[in-house]
Design a protein around this ligand. Sequence first.
Ligand code: FMN
Length: 170
Amino acid sequence: MDVYECIKSRRSVRSYLDKDVEEEKLNRILDSARRAPSANNKQNWKFIVVTDPDLRKRLCVAAKNQGFVAEAPVVIAACATKTDHIMTCGHPSHLVDLAIAIDHMTLAARELGLGTCWIGAFQQDEVKKILGIPQGVEVIELLPVGYPAKWPDPKPRKKLKEIVSVNGWE
Ligand SMILES: Cc1cc2nc3c(=O)[nH]c(=O)nc-3n(C[C@H](O)[C@H](O)[C@H](O)COP(=O)(O)O)c2cc1C
């Protein structure tokens, strides 16, 4: 599957089979995050792989009881280990860096037949407590990973002409 096919066919998967993710596949997903670009190549990130069922249940509660967070055999907590760098453009680099790394993982997972779902609806302090994450580190997203019970239908997207303009704002 080429990258464009992965991009087109990726879905937010919210139901998972009771089937483990092979270590080789998980490592490939994590390696795809490792290879992501980051501002100044700082790579200020850490990815916590959560497989323990009790921890996954507690993460599910911290994620507003989104049941599939506990259902997925793996949840990756994508963390920024430094959060104070503001780029010249005025934006904090850690949010951009982590978003790229997470997206790499979603696409790598898709290529391997695995589903993922970005989870931004979670209680930061709760998740940090559950995973023993130190002060100064922030969890940017949770990412459940697993074999989909079914691939959801595609969600609508705006048309290109609605979101693109040429040589200036239109
Ligand atoms: C930053 C971010 C946070 C999200 N948080 C959640 C979430 O907490 N729970 C959830 O079910 N989906 C979450 N999503 C998934 C979006 O709802 C989903 O990407 C969007 O509806 C488009 O659907 P698709 O991913 O299947 O194309 C999140 C997506 C992004 C990018």
